[in-house]
Design a protein. Sequence first.
Length: 299
Amino acid sequence: MTTTPGGHTPEKTSVSLLGLGSMGTALARAWLAAGHPLTVWNRTPARATALTAEGARVADSAAAAVAANSLVVLCLLDDASVAEALADADLTGKDLVNLTTSTPAEARARAEWARERGARYLDGGIMAVPPMVGVPEAGGYVFYSGSRALFERHQAVLAVPVGTTYVGADPGFAALHDVALLSAMYGMFAGAAHAFALIRQEDIDPTAFAPLLADWLTAMAPSVHQTAAQLRDGDYTRGTVSPLAMQVAGTPTFLSTAEGQGVSPELLTPYFALMRRRLTEGGSPDEDLTGVIDLLVRP
């Protein structure tokens, strides 16, 4: 820790935290362990009281928690909970950091709402689960968007529980990055579920199959870089290894295998339908699967 010219150790930034669910509690404990004075509030008081033994000060209302410190972090259930919790709070001059899960539109509206009430605003999208908080090697981080100056002012404090990644001045970008990455995650989960279903009734140990599946998904993951380059340049044939026409021609094998294994193809058929549609609606047979993305974007 650095010291001032006079040799005094500077005080650590005080934080007010509203919301003590699993994630909020993990954040609270990380800040307390790092020596940051912390004021907490939760709709269910018992959750807040449990942190007093670790050094937290409990506010008797959300408004009191906001009044206690300049830096106010929100980790509530949803956007409506934010509005309800802060209804009676004086936000003038406060730095609001909203880690509540929301949509990009909600984040943008909440940023304007905060500005109208005299507060500065930073939105966050948490890319971690509670056990990753306070464990740097776990790789968790939070996307932040909004005022860069506000982010830089509090980055050191915000980085105590998990890493920080600033993604732009648009307040909705943190939520957008959050949902985009989680959407890809669920797509991966869907593919893995179908793969396990295919072997479910065979004499194949799923624990022996799992490393093969994990390694294959890991090997395929870097393809996102080629997709990104194709989207940026507009050339969907550049660097293509498995052309669209060839992949469409191979889809019946996947569907027949699923039928033979007694497995519903419902996780695969929507994507296969988009592949066929791209091919029949003007996509080059030699292009990659990138053109499917254009079919998903509504005008």
